[in-house]
Design a protein around this ligand. Structure first.
Ligand code: ADP
Ligand code: MG
Length: 256
């Protein structure tokens, strides 16, 4: 069976997209799934976060999208079993502009992934903090979108813009694109605000919101500097526990 492709997206920066991509990816891999992360952000945080050094990158996602190099030449294994990545480096920063004048620019990731889809169970695309060509490519290639939402006052701000973009992509390129789920992140139990925001997001998205809420946890922020997912950095930690809970919900949603 072909992989289920999930775009992890929200055009706001710092809401937990990369953290969720890395840790959901690693937990799915530990559950025996074959997982490919696609780093679609020029910052390359998913790449370094799974322990891939930029110096070791031969081909990256830019080469796949802009130069149409075969994706196989860009896939790298990580130290985590069953977890591979198509890395990003700073050259991806030019891709938004360079794709603008190219044919079928929205389809590049979808076409690029096609030859390897049957080698994975899940492909997770870590989207950049914008709704430009890279996110459009991710939405066109994806079966569904997972939206991390920071549990803070302006949480819902910008989400209508995101959902509009989803509708446009559904209309023009990918009619079956669905919402995988909405994940509340960086919850701070010490403020009342967090609980209010959670209620508001649940009211807006209903049962699309995952039961598990990711708290603000220092270990989750530390792990990337060691190039490790939380389940490898500190397997018994609260951070590992909550991302394992998310993984169970995602698997259950796919009948597993
Ligand atoms: P995005 O990819 O949406 O920009 P990141 O996943 O990179 O967001 O998270 C932004 C910053 O917050 C990073 O430094 C990350 O390590 C940290 N972070 C993410 N999730 C948590 C969390 N649950 N608790 C504490 N820090 C977090
Ligand atoms: Mg990121």
């Amino acid at each position: 069976m072909a992989a289920h492709v999930i775009a992890v997206a929200n055009q706001k920066g710092g809401v937990g997209k990369t953290t969720t991509t890395i840790n959901l990816g690693a937990c799915l891999a530990s559950a025996g799934k074959r997982v490919l992360i696609v780093d679609a952000d020029a910052q390359g945080n998913a790449t370094s976060g799974v322990g891939v050094s930029k110096a070791d990158v031969a081909k990256d996602i830019y080469d796949v999208l802009v130069s149409e190099e075969p994706i196989q030449s860009a896939i790298m294994k990580t130290k985590h079993q069953n977890l591979s990545i198509v890395p990003a480096t700073i050259q991806l920063a030019g891709a938004e502009i360079e794709l603008t004048n190219q044919m079928a620019r929205e389809m590049r990731l979808k076409l690029g992934l096609q030859p390897v889809l049957d080698q994975y169970d899940y492909v997770l695309v870590d989207c950049p903090p914008s709704l430009g060509q890279l996110s459009i490519n991710a939405f066109t290639a994806a079966n569904s979108i997972l939206i991390p939402v920071q549990s803070e006052y302006y949480a819902l701000e910008g989400l209508s813009q995101l959902l509009n973009t989803v509708r446009l992509v559904q209309k023009h390129f990918n009619p079956t694109l669905s919402i995988e789920g909405v994940l509340l992140t960086m919850y701070d139990a010490r403020t009342n605000l967090g609980a209010q925001v959670i209620a508001e997001v649940r009211k807006y998205f209903g049962d699309k919101v995952y039961d598990v809420v990711i708290p603000r946890i220092t270990r989750l922020a530390e792990a990337p500097s060691y190039g490790l997912p939380i389940i490898d950095y500190d397997p018994k930690s609260k951070g590992a526990e909550v991302y394992e809970a998310l993984t169970k919900e995602v698997l259950a949603a796919h009948g597993e």
